[in-house]
Design a protein around this ligand. Sequence first.
Ligand code: PHE
Length: 451
Amino acid sequence: MGNNDIKSRAVFASRFAAVATTVGSAVGLGNIWRFPYEAGVHGGGAFMLCYMAFVFLIGVPVLYSEFFVGHITGSNVFGAYRKLAPRGKWQLTGYLGIAASLMILSFYSVVAGWTIEYCVASAFGQLDFSDGVHGQFESLTMGWRPVMWTVIFLFCNTLILLRGVTKGIERVSNIMMPLLFVLLVSFCIHSFSMPGFGEGISFLFKPDFSAITPGVLLGAMGQAFFSLSLGLGCMMTYASYFKKGTNIGKTAMSTALLDSAVAVLAGIIIFPAVFSFGISPQAGPTLVFEVLPAIFTQLPGGYVWSTLFFLLLFLASITSTVSMSEISISYFCDEKGMSRRRATLLSSAIALAGGLLCALSFGPLSDFTIGGMTIFNLLDYVASNVFLPIGGFVVSVFTGWVVNRSYLRQHFSVYGSKSPLLMNVMLLFLRWVCPVAIFLIFLNSIGLLNI
Ligand code: PHE
């Protein structure tokens, strides 16, 4: 695996496996932890509307182009750009992808560490609300404790990676993702009985158009990229493992539909509870970890639900971290000639260093801020809202303008749809809509443009 010859690369067994694995990468803390917290901070309905628009109008075309580039070249980001445009400098965006993936891996591991801690605390019946919901979170994540869980999480991640691509990831995601979905639907049904149901639902689904500020647009765009694992070459690398003949157009659409469905379900679970328990929707990164246990303690057999849920969330996180780790690993293997084992250990070590700083952001380093943000928030903000959209901008411009048009059309009719109209719409999006929208949102958010 990881070398440039498509014949010797690992290949996912079927289309189901391709969808299951890309959904495994896409569905994770981004949907269940990050979406509700970002929606809460950015006014609910307004954010939801922008997020949905970004997922389908920008996310799907960009996902298609990542799939396209990865699938036809059978390479990682560097090899892929080099094969399609040998003289260009396109592959340089690969470095941005590596930086973004390691930054995300750092803060993501901290939150994934919380999920293990909550899972263990639930299993031993230790979730205790005598100090109120917030006190519970603080007592579990005080001082150096999150550091230990971050290390444990990264250790699990490294173990899975050392076992290779197809076996480990495929098996885990094929079984776990459907189960997580069923559990989310059950909690969603339970939400209907909450006293704050109406208020929560209207917060999430009733857009206040005047609340759509540059910050909301940027946040929603970042969330769409983050949630679909876009812009860092992750989906490109995965598509290089797709079996020949996989319909990448359909795979892109199914991934976006399932991924946003999980985010919406998470929203329907969280916000009614937020209003029922009188928690502020603007609580930030800790929101979901304060709200969920409060829901579980109300359910009959709450500890069982809670243990199962955090266990599945942990597994969903690990299928995502495995995919983001693959970016730097395949770079170290393919470009630097390292063995897979060394490459895995090196990228885990970098993530560990970043992870420790992020974990301490909630304790001893909470007063250390840059531009008003803790290290945790800064890495999240820069990677998601800046690096990923830049990566998406580049891949859509590359596919729309640089790749030979008849080649693209031919590929689309085999791996997308035979309809010339759909192809033209896709081209319009890749050439104009996606790059222009991303560019304008950037200008807008740095204040150079006032929409
Ligand atoms: N999409 C993943 C999630 O929602 C996070 C992720 C981002 C994974 C970037 C890979 C690359 O949790």
